[in-house]
Design a protein around this ligand. Structure first.
Ligand code: NAD
Length: 469
């Protein structure tokens, strides 16, 4: 409505005023090499970052000191940081748009989630029983460069640890803003250090140093497996790794579903954030008798999506993160050209990928997570529902699953049989509400415990932090 429009316009004005330009993130006394930071929508260089070397990681580990203030004081500092994040929203939105290609609604959602994480872990940690303390390496992805990054840090700090945070290569500026605000709120520098750089250098150095007491990781399944191997080779057995990883997420829409609602949720789940959410819908199953009609409706809803400049208020789908992601996804689309049911057009500049719908026989045709705006669609006969659930389980991932039906007993039956961390019924399957709905996967999708839930990083230490009812 009009007040929402006015709010968005005010937010956009603040974001415009804070446009980040040529920020140089050079850490002292870091040694390493300078690398450009690129705006994915335009290809412009918006800043430079020092990728630190392994010697800098060693020095950071030597300098790290768990923050020995009482839990109530640490909680107060994290709440102050949450307030600062909210006050600095223009700068944060500008960085999320320019560096990560986020649309304004996505940036708003991400800031909300980051702030919720800070306040949630402040509350959870306040009731913690102090356990042994150590140094936690926090390794985060670029797709939620503020929310996941802040959630990992807040949980580890409230569980009593020093944190060394390693942001993903494409998004160091947003990470540096987050850390600057956390320091400004009162987190000591020795309790929180930021080390931008290559995963293979900084991440490996953290995983292989016996002085690091545990790692908290969000990213791809393959990277989590590499980290686990590195830790197994160099550290004492039992050194903990908490990993939230990738998925091959499915949704089932049966013939009793409300078509308009299902289509709205399918399009949001598959294409919002340009499909760059771990929770995004990858494989849709539609019951055979409604499939032709529903697929036509999906095409119509796709045609309404505005793909382009994430800076524009009307944009629904921005770019994918970088050239490498763009060419990997473009190659995949080329390989599956013959099975494309629908595809939009996209701007020629920047790293855009056209939202695309591809016909498949079933989830068994998906051989990997394609991290972009690509929806696979299969049909099923009512009597084959059990086989569909088995096929989804057989992929071995288990992050999110969506179900659209109006049959209550079917919800119970399918929810009881599917092996995933988060099930969404008659709604979209992206997003979780911090504090009320922990988020995480099973199988190849994660080790648990779930982020935004009790004992996330506190589990590293006994006795664990108390849970919030
Ligand atoms: P990625 O695995 O490529 O990178 C994640 C982080 O790991 C980055 O900081 C990277 O530098 C670092 N890294 C890379 N190699 C490393 C190594 N050898 N040792 C230590 N660290 C290393 O993932 P990404 O492309 O940044 O993010 C997208 C992936 O993250 C997708 O698979 C997505 O599904 C997943 N994801 C999962 C969740 C979840 O909650 N389950 C949330 C967001 C993203």
């Amino acid at each position: 409505d009009q007040s929402d429009v006015e709010t968005l316009q005010r937010i956009a004005a603040a974001r415009d005023a804070a446009r980040p330009v040529a920020e140089v993130l050079a850490l002292r006394p870091a040694t390493g090499s300078l690398h450009p930071v690129i705006n994915p929508a335009t290809g412009e260089t918006i800043g430079e970052v020092m990728h630190v070397d392994a010697a800098t990681v060693t020095r950071a580990i030597e300098d790290a000191r768990p923050w020995d203030a009482p839990a109530a004081e640490r909680a107060a500092v994290l709440r102050r940081a949450a307030d600062l994040f909210e006050t600095q929203f223009g700068e944060i939105f500008a960085a999320l748009t320019h560096e990560a290609g986020k649309t304004l609604p996505d940036a708003v959602g991400e800031l909300r989630e980051a702030v919720d994480f800070l306040r949630y872990y402040a509350a959870e940690g306040e009731t913690a029983t102090a356990g042994p303390r150590g140094i936690i390496g926090a390794i985060s992805p670029w797709n939620f460069p503020l929310a996941i990054f802040s959630g990992q840090i807040a949980a580890a700090l409230m569980a009593g640890n020093a944190v060394i945070a390693k942001p993903a290569e494409p998004t160091p500026i947003i990470a540096s803003i987050g850390v600057r605000l956390l320091h400004q709120a009162g987190v000591p520098r020795s309790a929180l250090q930021l080390l931008p750089g290559r995963g293979s250098v900084v991440g490996t150095a953290l995983a292989t140093d016996p002085r690091v007491s545990g790692l908290v990781f969000t990213g791809s399944t393959a990277t989590a497996q590499t980290i686990a191997r590195n830790m197994a080779a160099h550290l004492a057995p039992g050194t903990p790794l908490i990993a939230e990883t990738g998925g091959l997420n499915a949704m089932i829409v049966d013939s009793t579903a409300l078509p308009e609602q299902a289509v709205r949720d399918i399009v949001a789940s598959a294409f919002r954030s340009a499909g760059q959410r771990c929770s995004a819908l990858r494989c849709l199953y539609v019951q055979e008798d409604i499939a032709p009609h529903l697929i036509e409706m999906i095409k119509g809803a796709m045609n309404e999506l505005v793909v382009g400049d994430p800076w524009a208020l009307s944009t629904d789908v921005g770019p994918v993160i970088d050239r490498r992601a763009q060419s990997t996804i473009a190659d995949y689309l080329e390989e599956h050209r013959a099975r494309i049911l629908h595809q939009l057009a996209v701007p020629q500049t920047g790293t855009f990928i056209p939202p695309t719908m591809i016909a498949v026989r079933g989830i068994e045709d998906l051989d990997r997570e394609i991290f972009g705006p690509v929806l696979h669609v299969a049909t099923f006969r009512g009597e084959d529902l059990g086989r569909v659930v088995q096929a989804i389980n057989a992929k071995g991932y288990g992050l999110t699953f969506g179900l659209h039906t109006r049959i209550d007993s079917r919800v119970q039956e399918v929810a009881g049989a599917i092996h995933v961390g988060n099930i969404y019924v008659n709604r979209n399957q992206i997003g979780a509400v911090v504090g009320s709905q922990p988020f995480g996967g099973e199988g190849l999708s994660g080790t648990g415990p779930k982020a935004g839930g009790p004992n996330y990083v506190g589990r590293f230490f006994a006795p664990p932090v108390a849970s919030i009812p």
